[in-house]
Design a protein. Structure first.
Length: 354
């Protein structure tokens, strides 16, 4: 390839020979074609290197590491070799839809203040294509809020402005393994706006070999570190405890064990949201989205806890912060969740008595 490409696609590869061909083929189907692909093979023990060497696309460059250093170091090596003005993230097992690059380049070209644009995604599970669990409609303001309580992006859907990303040292942090993307979004958001195209432009492959399934405990622990650092200026000594609550019950979607924990989570959400809303004068549409999204997550935790039987319906109603309300759940949904919780409790007692 001659000249400088508009996009550098960066990918860490490890034992990906079975899935890589489909991923690379999805790049060949892009309607925007001015890109390079940099794949760093992290000492694969299968025939990943042979697959890459035989791939018939001159835009592909392969770097073969001499020792295994893990996905973060491999990705950082790819980033160091990138020449494009934009960096497109992609894992070895995910599939880009044909318009992904065209749509993201157009957005970044039109919005010079934006340092990151992701896209909505679909989930590929076996042969089934499922909708994403992420919020369907976003604004830059909503995303800036959501990164404080969850990870709203799929890494493989992200495109970054290279000059902004190069202000970070390192690009992604090896000590935040499996939450390094979440950490990157926090650090990069200090340099500009973050956005998402709400049209699905990527199919994220969910399978047993995926890192988020295999290394969930490490991922959640490092997400707590990221949030604790983000919360410290606001919550000070309460930052660690608050981060633990948010990761366990909002990100990991676990029911609360009791009413007091639900009350503490509500207090954390209120304090974080108040600090966020005070940062600048948000418009009314952004305010409504932020409050609705927060209330929705509160309702999700309440319903999960009612179904688990760890709180009562009275608990859910009595401890909710006034402005969170019931989120998108009406009282009838909470009653139904509580009935499910009671039925499960009866079954557990019957099983123990048998």
């Amino acid at each position: 390839m001659t000249g400088t490409p508009a996009i550098s696609v960066i990918m860490a590869a490890y034992n990906g020979a079975d899935l890589l061909p489909a991923t690379l083929a999805s790049l060949q189907r892009q309607t925007f074609t001015d890109f390079e692909i940099i794949v760093v093979d992290d000492c694969s023990t299968d025939n990943t290197r042979e697959v890459l060497a035989a791939w018939p696309d001159q835009r592909l460059r392969t770097i073969a590491l001499e020792s295994n250093g893990g996905p973060v170091r491999a990705r950082n090596r790819a980033f160091a070799k990138a020449r494009g003005r934009y960096i497109a993230a992609l894992d070895q097992d995910d599939l880009c839809l044909p318009e992904r690059f065209a749509r993201q380049v157009a957005y970044l070209d039109a919005n010079p203040e934006t340092v990151l644009v992701a896209s909505a995604t679909e989930v590929l599970e076996g042969a089934r294509l499922l909708p994403s669990p992420h919020v369907a409609h976003t604004t830059p303001a909503l995303l800036r809020w959501l990164i404080r309580i969850e990870n709203p992006f799929v890494w493989s859907s992200v495109m970054l402005r290279a000059d902004a990303a190069r202000r970070l040292d390192p690009f992604t942090r090896p000590d935040i393994l499996y939450a390094e993307d979440f950490d990157l979004y926090h650090r990069l958001s200090a340099h500009g706006a973050i956005a998402r195209l709400d049209e699905p432009l990527l199919a994220y492959r969910r399978h047993a070999g995926g890192a988020s399934q295999r290394y969930e405990a490490i991922m959640l622990g490092n997400a707590r570190r990221v949030l604790a650092a983000a919360y410290e200026p606001i919550l000070q000594d309460d930052a660690e405890r608050a981060a633990t609550l948010v990761v366990e019950h909002l990100m990991h979607r676990q029911p609360v064990p009791d009413r007091d924990t639900l009350a503490r989570l509500g207090d954390v959400l209120c304090r974080l949201q108040a600090a966020f809303l005070a940062e600048q004068p948000w418009n009314e549409a952004d305010l409504r989205l932020v409050r609705w999204a927060t209330a929705r997550r509160w309702a999700d935790v309440s319903r999960a806890s009612l179904r688990a039987g760890t709180i009562s319906l009275r608990d859910a109603i009595r401890v909710r912060p006034p402005h969170l309300g019931l989120g998108h759940a009406g009282i009838e949904q909470l009653i139904w969740a509580r009935l499910i919780g009671r039925a499960r409790a009866v079954r557990r007692r019957q099983t123990l008595a048998a």
